[in-house]
Ligand binder design. Structure first.
Ligand SMILES: *Cc1c(COP(=O)(O)O)cnc(C)c1O
Length: 449
């Protein structure tokens, strides 16, 4: 007779958890044993636990769908991959292979894009902290420099004078789109006339060529109407550049900000997440109806990050222990925590068991392995009974986690890519102590042990 699997006894404490869209308690019972037909168990056996897994198939699918949503509605569209969302080189190269430009917000990201083979003219340089030498590099490579503040504008004029080259620039414009708080710390304000003042300074300068207008109104935006407002205001500025300054704006860049299909904490069932098609519909109809002459229709640039990659990333992990808290709640300790899951501070990530699950389920607090009280992966999740050594799959962790992760208490794990043929590749190796210590410097007076 086959021996039945031991199942530990449990007591079920009734408590009101979060309700999902259908009014029932959240449940994540269905085992996920494979990712793109590759066994989760095998992935952990080969690459350790925890391990991040990226699906190349899903990334390409997301990218192509987003591009299609815009190109079927508007004649001139260009995407630029937001490096800070996931700047692993293999990942960036998938986007560049698909035809995406690069959108960077720092000097090292700029150099990464060059190293990934992106022509300088296809790199958009954003952000408030561009150093003088980085501006020089961008001017020499003919990149699109998006000016954030007046000081940067003046520095750039000096850099161009020194280089004897004219720079192609845009300004970042911030504005009231009906979403609060307004992100008015980046770029020049529309309503106050600051953006118009910056435009006038640029047009009056011999060193700068005003080429585009840029806005990135927020992130995880749930309102398509806000993009309509942004597109209207940028189109209006572009028309004024034409009529009052005889300057043709070549492109309008509406930034990123489209939401992924993740669950924001506390928002379950309240606001449906609009699709890329719905954003595309609002944005393109706004620009098409803004009064541009057909031959002067601006190129539309999108800098989407999270919506293209969040659901292409998985985190596989293992149960370390179960325990009971003093108030009677159950707790499960995992081998991954907020150190590598930064987004768990604002998302309730879906978590699935990775093996045949018990028919019983229970509510548990899911903790990470850190010696730190805030290391909570999920405050309250209902899962089948999990025992030490069991595996789980955390979904939709592809955006921002592998750039914002911390090397704190634990080392950062392998990132594995599953390619279109189902082959697996390590695209970033797990850290070890020698990696960590290679930057430490011991002063002479401490050198004897
Ligand atoms: C972060 C960022 C993006 C990408 O934002 P998502 O919300 O991930 O789409 C695009 N543009 C700029 C300027 C950014 O800072």
């Amino acid at each position: 007779m086959e021996k039945l699997k031991y199942e530990r006894p449990f007591l079920k404490k009734m408590s009101a958890g979060m309700m999902d869209k259908s009014g029932t308690q959240q449940s994540e019972f269905t085992p996920v044993t494979h990712i793109d037909e590759v066994s989760v168990k095998q992935l952990i056996a080969d690459y350790g636990s925890p391990v991040f897994v990226m699906s190349e198939r899903k990334i390409r699918y997301n990218y192509q769908s987003a591009v299609r949503a815009f190109t079927t509605r508007y004649p001139k569209v260009q995407f630029a991959w937001s490096y800070k969302t996931h700047y692993n080189n293999a990942i960036c190269r998938i986007f560049h292979q698909e035809g995406s430009w690069a959108e960077v917000v720092s000097g090292f990201e700029y150099r990464k894009a060059l190293n990934n083979g992106v022509p300088g003219s296809h790199i958009i340089f954003n952000g408030p902290d561009k150093h003088r030498d980085e501006l020089m590099l961008a001017v020499q490579h003919d990149s699109l420099i998006h000016i954030d503040h007046f000081e940067e504008l003046y520095t750039l004029i000096e850099v161009c004078t020194e280089a004897g080259k004219k720079a192609r620039v845009a300004i970042r414009v911030n504005m009231d789109t009906g979403i609060y708080p307004v992100w008015d710390r980046f770029g020049f304000n529309y309503e106050s006339g600051q953006a118009w003042a910056a435009i006038n300074k640029i047009v009056a300068s011999d060193q700068l060529q005003l080429t585009g207008l840029h806005a990135h109104i927020g992130t995880y935006m749930l309102s398509t109407a806000a993009y309509g407002v942004a597109a209207t205001k940028l189109s209006k500025l572009a028309s004024e550049c034409k009529t009052e300054l005889n300057t043709t704006i070549k492109y309008i860049d509406l930034g990123g900000g489209f939401p992924s299909a993740n669950t924001l904490k506390g928002s379950i069932g309240l606001v449906p997440t609009p699709t890329v098609d719905e954003f595309a519909e609002v944005i393109t109809t706004t620009i098409l109806n803004a009064g541009f002459k057909p031959d002067e229709l601006p190129l539309l640039i999108l800098e989407s990050g999270r919506v293209l990659i969040d659901d292409a990333g998985y985190l596989l992990g293992t149960v370390l222990a179960n325990k009971k808290l003093s108030d009677g709640r159950k707790a499960t300790i995992m081998d991954f925590g907020v150190n590598i899951m930064f987004t768990s501070f604002w998302y309730d990530h879906m978590i699935s068991p990775a093996q045949e699950a018990s028919q019983f389920n229970e509510e548990t607090v899911m903790y990470g392995p850190l010696c730190m009280n805030i290391d909570i992966v999920r405050e309250c999740v209902t899962l089948p009974l999990l025992n030490r050594g069991d595996h789980v799959v955390v979904h939709k962790v592809g955006a921002y986690n592998m750039t914002q992760w911390m090397q704190f208490i634990a080392m950062r794990p392998n990132i594995v890519l599953i390619d279109l043929q189902g082959r697996t590749h390590v695209i970033r190796k797990a850290e070890d102590l020698s990696y960590l210590e290679q930057l430490d410097v011991i002063p002479e007076h401490l050198s004897t042990k």
